[in-house]
Design a protein around this ligand. Structure first.
Ligand SMILES: Nc1nc2c(ncn2[C@@H]2O[C@H](COP(=O)(O)OP(=O)(O)OP(=O)(O)O)[C@@H](O)[C@H]2O)c(=O)[nH]1
Length: 736
């Protein structure tokens, strides 16, 4: 599990570390370059601020010198030096300060009044002003520099250079004053060049007043303040001039109480660094995408590879397990060549069962030549067989019995593989034993089946004959058909198959079926016995067919005997009852009219008494003959016993038909009977009952006919009596 996790995360982790390192390095570089750019900008600003400070300092020193020169000349001229002389072209002032600057200059008397002035407006009286008082009071030859404001609203200011003048006695004689506009340094005088947006500024550190320029725009301010910056040369603009972020550097002019400031916009300072930053970030971004894409691709590939490797390993493990668990001993043999000839086979692989068969652990067997490992194999010609299979490429399968030890049967399979053969050996002793046992038991069953008188067969689930015994064989041979392996439909023929199909279906549904089958003169009792498999599913059925023709004939004979009167050959009482029952059922089903006659010979007893029983019997036979003669073939005549007869008449169209028949019978019996030379005269009486749709039993109907017979006897015999409900004709018919 951990290994899997390790494998799955290794590549992405590597990619992440790589990306992290790349990004860290690039961000560090960007930061460093930014810092360097800042530093460079500050240094450049500082250089420029120094240049500005130097320029300013220089001019102020020149002004200072000019004032000093004036004082010296003033003193030499005993106060008789005027400004016109001093500032004339090519004069003293022009030797120090370029005339084009038209530096404002003024001369004050010792009382503070303005003596004269050039190039600018000066206060007329300065006796009250601090600089003048300081000059008047303090002796010394030092110029006094200060930075007074000159415009109350515009926050404009000037750098004022003032120097004490003395007379020849060294007394205070007034002052020379030069005014320098700081804007000169900013705008004109050796102008400092900056990148667009850059700021150049001169500030009085005493008053805080400042004059500066952004590009060509001049400004004055009294509110600008600077604080310490990140680097030594750097200052921070606490009250921004125009909201533009800049990097400032300042250079102080301590002697004049001034400071020169140059600022570069952050944008211009960092422009190059930012361009490089964009390039770096773009490059590293692209590289990251490539790394990610590549990693994803590699991860996917490696996952696929891992999966297929795992699947292959799994399959190999399963195959190995299956091979080891196999019932067969399996040997993979590599051909061993010597001089281009196969001389032996080396055991390249063997499964557990194979190793057990050879009697050594598997590891010891691998790489061993078979000829040495099992010399018996060579002796029994196995090595030759392997060679033949390898050369021909044709597989070989055989079964053989072992010659040594306990007799065993082995199945031997040899197939050619690349450079050798695969051999499987399976112990089939048990299979062969059970096959032998099965064959024996089958032979026993066949003997039994063949010696049974019944025809026995087996039909499988596809209705194909799979077995039959000898009796059935004779039956099929008699019909000229071959049954084994053929479907019942073809063997039986369409007609018989259709007749038997309902029974077949019942047997297939699992029912034991028994039925009788007639084939011409012959009768068979047939049984279908379903055969189920272990799961209880019907897989076919057995047919047991017994010839019962003899029993049937005998049965019919016995049945007939029981229903026939031996004297007259007519149906006896049982036959009559059977017939009456049937006729009544049919009449009821078909709503037809039927009739039953009950007859008795009148005064039969005297015949017996006079002529003997033999004549009596002969009379009964003759009587029966006349009855049959007087009736339709479809009428059934029976002798119930003694001199009593009955007749069943079915399918009568009308009652008259029966009445007419009764009359005919009565008439027919009046003629004398000639019985072997003995003439006998008798008559008969008849009771006639009808039946149609009535709720009567056969016994009740016969009883009714008997009652009517009684009525005929009562009426004097030699007549008939019929059911009055049905008799359209007169109930009696005394035929003359
Ligand atoms: N020869 C002969 N006589 C029989 C047979 N069975 C019964 N008998 C006789 O038949 C006679 C029947 O007589 P009954 O029907 O009772 O009387 P009957 O003389 O016919 O008089 P009625 O029927 O009243 O007219 C009896 O004497 C029986 O012994 C037989 O099989 N053969």
């Amino acid at each position: 599990m951990l290994r899997k996790l390790y494998r799955a995360t290794l590549l992405p982790s590597f990619a992440l570390v790589l990306l992290g390192t790349m990004w860290t390095a690039v961000l560090y570089q960007v930061r460093q370059e930014r810092l360097a750019a800042r530093q460079e900008a500050v240094l450049q600003a500082h250089e420029q601020a120094r240049t500005l400070a130097d320029n300013t300092g220089y001019l102020l020193r020149q002004a200072d010198h000019a004032s000093q020169l004036f004082r010296v000349k003033f003193e030499e001229a005993q106060g008789q030096l005027g400004l016109a002389e001093f500032a004339r072209p090519g004069g003293l002032l022009a030797s120090l300060i370029p005339p084009r600057l038209e530096l404002p200059v003024a001369l004050y008397r010792n009382d503070g009044s303005l003596a004269e002035s050039l190039h600018g407006r000066f206060d007329d009286q300065v006796a009250d002003q601090a600089f003048f008082r300081a000059l008047a009071e303090r002796d010394g030859d030092t110029a006094r520099v200060d930075t007074p404001a000159v415009g109350a609203h515009a926050a404009q200011w000037r750098i004022r250079v003032a120097r004490r003048l003395v007379d020849e006695q060294g007394r205070f004689a007034g002052a020379i004053v030069l005014l320098v506009d700081p804007a000169w340094f900013i705008e004109d005088y050796d102008r400092v060049q900056t990148a667009p947006g850059g700021l150049v500024l001169l500030q009085s550190r005493v008053t805080g007043l400042a004059t500066g320029r952004v590009d060509d725009r001049l400004f004055h301010t009294a509110t600008l303040r600077f604080g310490p910056g990140a680097q030594p040369e750097e200052v921070r603009d606490l009250t921004p001039v125009d909201g533009v972020a800049r990097l400032y550097a300042r250079r102080a002019l301590p002697r004049y109480g001034l400071a020169a400031v140059v600022g570069h916009t952050l944008d211009s300072a960092l422009a190059r660094a930012e361009r490089r930053r964009d390039l770096y970030l773009g490059s590293v971004g692209l590289a990251s995408l490539l790394v990610l894409g590549f990693t994803a691709l590699l991860t996917q590939q490696s996952r696929r590879l891992r999966r297929s490797t795992e699947a292959a390993e799994d399959a190999q493990r399963q195959l190995r397990a299956a091979v080891d668990a196999s019932l067969d001993a399996l040997f993979l043999l590599k051909a061993h060549l010597a001089g281009g000839e196969i001389v032996d086979f080396v055991l390249a692989d063997v499964n557990e069962r194979g190793a057990a068969m050879l009697g050594h652990p598997r590891a010891e067997l691998l790489g061993q030549p078979m000829g040495e490992l099992v010399p018996a194999w060579r002796e029994e010609g196995f090595i030759d067989k392997y060679r033949t299979v390898l050369i021909s490429g044709l597989p070989l399968e055989e079964e053989f019995a072992t010659r040594t030890g306990e007799p065993r049967w082995l199945q031997h399979q040899i197939v050619a593989i690349d450079g050798g053969v695969a051999v499987t050996l399976r112990d089939i002793t048990a299979v062969r034993q059970s096959i032998a046992a099965l064959r024996e038991s089958e032979a026993r069953l066949r003997t039994i089946a063949d010696n049974m008188p019944a025809m026995i067969a087996y039909v499988d689930r596809d209705e194909v004959y799979r077995f039959h015994n000898r009796s059935y064989q004779q039956e099929f041979a008699r019909r000229g058909v071959q049954a084994i392996g053929r479907p019942a439909r073809a063997v039986l023929g369409e007609r018989r198959y259709a007749e038997l199909l309902p029974h077949i279906r019942r047997a297939q549904a699992g029912e034991k079926v028994r039925f009788e089958e007639d084939e011409g003169e012959r009768s068979f009792e047939v049984m279908y016995i379903p055969q189920a498999d272990d799961g209880g599913h019907v897989i076919g059925f057995h047919v047991v067919r017994n010839d019962v023709t003899a029993q049937k004939t005998e049965q019919r004979r016995l049945l007939k005997l029981a229903q026939v009167d031996p004297l007259t050959g007519l149906a006896n009482r049982a036959g009559f009852n059977h017939k009456l029952q049937e006729a009544m059922v049919q009449s009821r089903d078909q709503h037809t009219l039927m009739a039953v006659m009950y007859l008795d010979v009148d005064r039969f007893k005297p015949v017996n008494d006079t002529h003997g029983h033999a004549v009596g019997d002969a009379l009964l036979k003759a009587f029966a003959g006349r009855l049959a003669h007087a009736l339709r073939a479809s009428d059934t005549v029976a002798r119930l016993g003694g001199d009593e007869f009955t007749i069943v008449m079915e399918g009568l169209r009308q009652p008259d038909d029966a009445l007419a028949a009764a009359a005919k019978i009565v008439g027919a019996m009046r003629a004398p009977f000639d019985l072997d030379g003995t003439t006998v005269r008798i008559s008969t009486s008849v009771g006639l009952a009808f039946y149609r749709d009535a709720d009567l039993t056969p016994a009740m109907l016969l009883q009714r006919a008997d009652e009517l017979l009684y009525q005929a006897k009562q009426a004097g015999r030699d007549t008939f009596r019929a059911d009055p409900a049905f008799a359209a004709l007169p109930a009696t018919s005394d035929v003359a």
